[in-house]
Design a protein around this ligand. Structure first.
Ligand SMILES: Nc1ncnc2c1ncn2[C@@H]1O[C@H](COP(=O)(O)OP(=O)(O)OP(=O)(O)O)[C@@H](O)[C@H]1O
Ligand SMILES: [Mg+2]
Length: 340
């Protein structure tokens, strides 16, 4: 995954709804910037999910610097259409029309054209050469639509170009495809949770993306419950059956915890260990289905990931890799310690 961050021009982050696409996209952007790349992170669904993570009230179609080495952009369909029309010499027309007029016309003329504009804007940023007034980036990270919609979204230029065998729409679609299909330039990352349904959907998503010829670079298993007890977890079952000795020790130490309180604490620790075991089983199943694709684990951050501090912590985790796939130069043990 780190290798993808270091070499790709475009990282597309997709995944089932609510599994952490936006958070991971922002985290990957910060991690890549920490590795010296100039990064743009872009969202395309008008959700304003990125803004808060960078401590901003909102983002818009202007690329704004949001952190060291990171710019962010909320791609606006209206502005993308204006840019698109201007590129093909229709600027005066673009000034006259409102998005609602155009939107009605476009949806009727060619479903998916709205997506063409969004994908086109991302392509433009990822392939842009630096010139006065506009920055060039080493990497664009896209907070993409969810797994169920990502293939038609990324293939929208292709679908629309099928109507136009030649001309600017066709050649634009060819250029977008050249970027998206190249595993040296594009890396698709899927976010997943260590839960039954997301694991199944992730494996289906990986298969669908592969079938569409899109280069999948790996999966981020997000919000993984940390195993704080390791091998000692097994002793919890015996303690839960008979918390007596522990309760006696607590009383002798003057902790103020009575038998019921100790039993509750032990019971909760045991439930957490069960959760850890359930997640390990699901992650094993996920890994097994991934056929050697990298799987990076991100811990559940108790305080959530609501702003720049949480984001920095997450980026640190992404840069450290996970114990099964340690980043180069780190030992298995060092990465494990970082995760804990
Ligand atoms: N590692 C983590 N630890 C704790 N909370 C997390 C973690 N990653 C994400 N979250 C929280 O989970 C929620 C969902 O994350 P996020 O919005 O990134 O998901 P999403 O896939 O973009 O959702 P949507 O499909 O709605 O766009 C957010 O409240 C976020 O703060
Ligand atoms: Mg999101």
């Amino acid at each position: 995954m780190l290798e993808a961050l270091d070499r790709a021009r475009l990282v597309v982050v997709t995944g089932k709804g609510g599994t952490g696409k936006t958070t991971v996209a922002a985290g990957l952007a910060v991690a890549a910037a920490g590795r010296g790349r100039r990064v743009l992170v872009a969202e395309v669904e008008g959700r304003q999910g990125l803004a808060g993570l960078f401590g901003r009230p909102a983002l818009d179609h202007r690329e704004a610097r949001v952190a060291e080495g990171v710019h962010a952009l909320a791609v606006d369909p209206d502005e993308s259409l204006r840019e698109y029309l201007a590129r093909f010499g229709f600027a005066p027309l673009a000034r006259l029309l409102t998005w609602s007029h155009l939107n009605r016309f476009i949806t009727a003329a060619a479903p998916g054209l709205g997506d063409v504009l969004l994908v086109g804007k991302v392509w433009e940023a990822a392939t842009r050469e630096a010139r006065p007034g506009s920055a060039a980036y080493d990497l664009v990270v896209l907070d993409a639509p969810p797994t169920g919609r990502v293939v038609p979204f990324l293939r929208a230029p292709e679908t629309v170009a099928e109507l136009a065998r030649v001309g600017p729409i066709r050649s634009q679609a060819d250029r977008v495809r050249a970027l998206l299909d190249d595993p040296g330039l594009t890396a698709v990352v899927l976010t997943c949770l260590p839960e039954e349904l997301p694991v199944t959907e992730t494996l289906e998503g990986v298969a669908a993306l592969g079938k569409a010829g899109l280069p999948v670079a790996g999966v981020v298993a997000n919000r993984v419950t940390g195993d704080r007890l390791g091998g000692r977890g097994a002793r919890l079952a015996a303690l839960a059956r008979d918390p007596g000795p522990l309760a006696a020790a607590a009383a002798a130490a003057g902790t103020g915890l009575d038998d019921a309180a100790v039993a509750t604490l032990v019971g909760e620790a045991r439930d957490r260990q069960r959760q850890v075991a359930r997640e390990r089983r699901l992650l094993k199943e996920l890994r097994g289905g991934l056929d050697g694709l990298p799987l990076v684990e991100l811990p559940f951050l108790a305080g959530g990931v609501a702003g720049p501090d949480g984001l920095r912590a997450l980026a640190g985790q992404l840069a450290a890799g996970s114990p099964e796939h340690p980043a180069s130069g780190r030992t298995r043990r060092a990465a494990g310690t970082a995760r804990a």
